[in-house]
Design a protein around this ligand. Structure first.
Ligand SMILES: [Zn+2]
Length: 379
């Protein structure tokens, strides 16, 4: 039995220095991002795979936590659709309680903050990440403060208030929001921004552990990339499973980015689609993500590649999904837009099996969906 919490290390990706694990760190003093590594072996993985147990807490032996409390997060269905002979395995992450895969990352983040004694967490996201952190904070009795631009749509504000988050509206751009968030964090709250904090990926990795049992042999994973949290989480999970000898090798990772927000794909040598900057993929509209190099390195190590898709391609993939009852947000259609082009161009062939997480629910953006499906972005 592996009922003891796993040992883990935190290292700076910039200078390589070790960082203490017994206190909260979201960035190294040199400005580098932090990498959290857990010594995972086959015995630990086996003890996560107790028959019939579908709870997220069963992954405690491979999570950087003292205890893994019960939650309704995870255990999302996997559905296979065949597109021109290619098996596309949709992992329905938008069915998580907060409506996105980010619930998984928020789970590990907030539980760890609670273990380290924090009574308050601060984030600078009004999107899926803010909602996921607020939901977990509510469950664990931790106050969540959210800094957001004054221009944030009302629907998001209302949802955050419903989850008892305290809202701080900021005049100015995203950088000003981050400055005010960090200055608030200096008063004793844990800053849990998901672009930075190294615990987030270890929540998201549970998607790979679940998927392995639902569909053992996957050739490729197509992932949307903004800050890289889906891709880095899946990379963490599949790398651990390969290191522990559970899978012979990890699948290739394909990073799909939206036009105008594609630094990682361009670093990987992808062709730009020369389209206007995306207005649809707001969940991944990030010009220069802090983990840019790590994302590109993970893709390269896996033997995968990067791609850039246009809003016309995203709208077309979104219509395909909505027409089959997958009620997702436009950002979730980004990897399918990439995959559909790869299938057309023969880069992905019949018989191959692709894992494709559908990351976020369309229920949060119902006012936008009819406009997109009406053909405003091309048909
Ligand atoms: Zn450093």
């Amino acid at each position: 039995m592996n009922d003891k919490p796993p040992r883990f290390t935190i290292t700076c990706n910039g200078c390589g220095e070790s960082v203490p694990t017994g206190s909260w760190s979201w960035r190294h003093s040199c400005g580098g991002t932090l990498q959290l590594d857990i010594a995972v072996d086959a015995a630990r993985v086996d003890s996560c795979c107790v028959a019939e147990d579908t709870r997220l807490s069963r992954f405690a032996p491979v999570l950087p936590l003292e205890h893994a409390p019960e939650t309704a997060i995870g255990d999302t269905p996997l559905l296979i659709e065949v597109i021109d002979g290619v098996q596309v395995c949709f992992k329905l992450e938008y069915l998580n309680p907060g409506g996105s895969f980010k619930d998984r990352g928020a789970y590990v983040t907030v539980v760890r903050c609670a273990e380290l004694g924090f009574k308050s967490i601060v984030v600078d996201s009004s999107g899926n990440a803010g909602i996921a952190i607020a939901l977990m904070g509510l469950r664990l009795g931790i106050q969540v403060d959210v800094f957001l631009p004054r221009s944030t749509p009302d629907g998001k504000r209302q949802l955050l208030r419903l989850l008892h988050a305290r809202l701080h509206e900021v005049d100015g751009d995203r950088m000003q929001v981050q400055r005010e968030t960090l200055s608030y964090a200096a008063t004793g709250a844990a800053y849990a921004g998901h672009w930075w904090n190294p615990y987030f990926a270890h929540g998201v990795k549970t998607m790979a552990y679940e998927a392995l049992h639902q569909i053992p042999d996957v050739d490729c994973v197509f992932s949307p990339v903004g800050a890289g949290t889906v891709l880095l989480g899946l990379n963490t999970g599949y790398s651990e499973l390969a290191t522990a000898g559970i899978t012979p090798s990890a699948p290739k990772l394909v990073a799909v980015q939206a036009a105008g927000y594609s630094p990682v794909a361009l670093d990987l040598g992808a062709a730009d689609v020369s389209a206007a900057p995306s207005r649809l993929a707001d969940g991944i509209a990030i010009a220069n993500p802090p983990r840019r190099r790590e994302i590109a390195d993970a893709v390269t190590r896996s033997g995968g590649f990067g791609m850039v898709v246009s809003d016309a391609e995203i709208a077309s993939a979104l219509r395909w999904l909505l027409a089959r009852g997958y009620l997702v947000e436009p950002t979730s259609a980004v990897p399918l837009a990439g995959l559909m082009r790869c299938i057309r161009e023969g880069r992905v062939r019949p018989g191959q099996r692709i894992l494709l997480p559908l990351t976020g629910t369309g229920l949060k953006v119902l006012d936008e969906l009819p406009h997109i499906t009406d053909g405003a972005f091309g048909s």
